[in-house]
Design a protein around this ligand. Structure first.
Ligand code: NOJ
Length: 561
């Protein structure tokens, strides 16, 4: 890849904003668009090029905006369409692009399409969704919802079930119906005409359901087959995305990232192919699933620490296999994942800043487009102070309802430990701006309890400390902008069997980068045979201790060839 072949989104860094939790401007305890606008200078200071906005559309919020009842209206909790347009133009004025969430595997059950579809079996919109007759008085197949429980809901009035891979209020759209596809493409084009800069596509790998919707294998102790295994990367998915490319995505210079659950390398090479026939990149999940238990009946619920060698093997596979043929996205966190410093580093006071910086360095020197989730840049941690009465997330609530109460697969205390480790509300607690009332997020009661560590961990404190996690991220972003080797260099993993250190190189024609990251809590010794002229680019310690790697030490050298 030469410099002039680099696309803008290959040198860009994305900052993800979960609007509900970012900044409340209208005193209702819920973040909003005006709040985001008031913080654009902060994003600019960090250096991010793009903001990905989680859904801001009209929604009854069964799944916090991922259940959309009108794709072309702004949720009044977040503001108005004028507020959105103002945010877009203020972002553009600062050179920041805005990528919107596109949630079209399903709509809300309150969407007009579904209301009509449900009204009778011969309604024009019946076939916009996936309806099936009962089989022997039961669900049409044995698929489970991603949020626990069955993936089908019976509708008394018309005597059929509808498919919902997520919550009951999120019926799956029927992508096999050309009218559905055209309606979605028309809606997308209207957003493109508004001037947005791209789409993050929710669970895009699930659009094409397998012919005949067959039963799947049910793991021991579980009630249902995994819909993920049955549906992801279905038979027509690449056709649908190519059609979307032709009818929408080619109409502007957009950035597109598909959230692709269950994606493997083979499919990723197609979704994110360099020829631009589908999307620019996908979010793959494998590195987020390495710390999952062997018990499929519990799905993601677990707290087993991640073995570093597995992480290295996995991320290296993605780095190597997509090089030159497709493009990676790079992330530790998003609104569905717990805080990385708590999960992969250490949030103990003596290690939090060091390990947050180490994780950042490890990820940001890889090839791909990095994503930073709000608060990650100040080292926000998991929220251990939230209990059962505080959680808002439907995934957490359903886990308790089905896995604890109905199926008794696990007790509530153990599940609570797992939720504190893995639950989505860890990421959704309000952004910590100050050490004042409600961390400066709102001046009334917030919609979700704050993490009680905001007095120590907040933006004000980070900005006042030149040694903070924030400024480390700022430097990493600047390196990506300034050094093409971060975008183009060949990736080479060093010492795959080392259980404590993740070291790799980025190799260019004239120079190479050596990226060393210790995951150890104690000082260890490693010899990387550094040449004398190696230049230390960035580190999370004040000095260089040579072969000694101190707890969570991370350093990057630039070496001329
Ligand atoms: C993935 C989104 O990131 C998540 O938050 C949501 O619950 C599901 N898709 C369903 O839309």
């Amino acid at each position: 890849m030469t410099e002039n072949q680099i696309k803008w989104w290959q040198k860009a860094v994305v900052y993800q904003i979960y609007p509900r939790s970012f900044q409340d401007a209208n005193h209702d305890g819920i973040g909003d668009l005006k709040g985001i606008e008031s913080r654009l200078d902060y994003v600019k200071k960090l250096g991010a090029d793009v903001i990905w906005l989680n859904p801001v559309y009209a929604s009854p919020n069964e799944d916090n905006g991922y259940d959309i009842s009108d794709y072309e209206a702004i949720n009044p909790e977040f503001g108005t369409m004028e507020d959105f347009e103002s945010l877009l133009s203020e972002a553009h004025a600062r050179g920041i692009k805005i990528v919107m969430d596109l949630v079209v595997n399903h709509s809300s059950s309150k969407h007009q399409w579904f209301i009509e579809s449900k009204s009778s079996k011969d309604n024009d919109k019946r076939d916009f969704y996936i309806w099936r007759d009962p089989v022997d008085g039961h669900e049409p197949n044995n698929w489970g919802s991603f949020f626990s429980g069955p993936a089908w809901k019976f509708d008394e009035a018309t005597g059929q079930y509808y498919l919902h891979l997520f919550a009951e209020g999120q019926p799956d759209l029927n992508w096999a119906n050309p009218e559905v596809r055209q309606s979605v493409f028309d809606m997308m084009n209207r957003w493109v005409d508004k001037g947005i800069d791209g789409f993050r596509m929710d669970v895009i790998s699930l659009l094409s359901k397998p012919d005949g919707l067959p039963d799947g294998p049910v793991p021991t102790d579980a009630h249902y087959a995994s819909s993920n295994d049955m549906v992801a990367n279905g038979p027509k998915i690449h056709d649908y995305l190519q059609e979307m490319r032709e009818k929408v995505l080619n109409n502007a210079d957009l950035m597109t990232v598909g959230e692709a659950s269950n994606v493997d390398i083979k499919n990723a090479k197609r979704y994110a192919a360099k020829d631009g026939s589908e999307l620019n990149m996908v979010f793959q999940f494998e590195h987020m699933e390495l710390d999952e238990n062997a018990d499929p009946a519990l799905g993601k619920w677990d707290n087993t620490p991640l073995p570093l060698t597995k992480l290295k093997e996995n991320l290296s596979k993605w780095q190597n296999e997509l090089a030159g043929v497709a493009w990676n996205s790079l992330y530790w966190e998003n609104h569905d994942q717990p805080r990385a410093v708590s999960r992969f580093g250490s949030d103990a006071p003596e290690f939090r800043v060091k390990s947050a910086k180490m994780l950042a360095t490890m990820l940001h020197f890889m090839q791909g487009t990095p994503y930073i989730y709000q608060g990650e840049e100040i080292g926000m941690t998991n929220a251990y102070n939230l209990g059962w009465d505080d959680f808002n997330d439907i995934e957490i609530k359903n886990a308790r309802k089905y896995l604890v109460e109905r199926d008794q697969l696990i007790d509530a205390d153990t599940l609570l430990d797992y939720v504190h480790y893995k639950g989505r509300d860890n990421a959704r607690t309000p952004m910590q701006w100050t050490d004042g009332k409600n961390a400066g997020f709102t001046d009334v009661d917030p919609w979700l309890k704050l993490n009680d560590n905001y007095k120590e961990i907040n933006v004000d404190a980070a900005l006042a400390d030149e040694d903070s996690v924030f400024y480390h991220y700022q430097k990493l972003i600047a390196f990506r902008h300034d050094l093409d080797i971060v975008t183009t260099g060949r990736y080479e993993l060093l010492d795959p069997e080392d259980e404590q250190v993740y070291a790799y190189k980025r190799v260019g024609d004239q120079e190479e980068l050596l990226v060393i990251n210790s995951f150890a809590k104690e000082t260890i010794e490693r010899d990387f045979a550094l040449p004398d002229e190696a230049e230390l680019l960035i580190s999370n310690y004040q000095d260089d201790a040579g072969k000694d790697l101190r707890p969570y030490e991370s350093k990057v050298y630039r070496i001329q060839k």
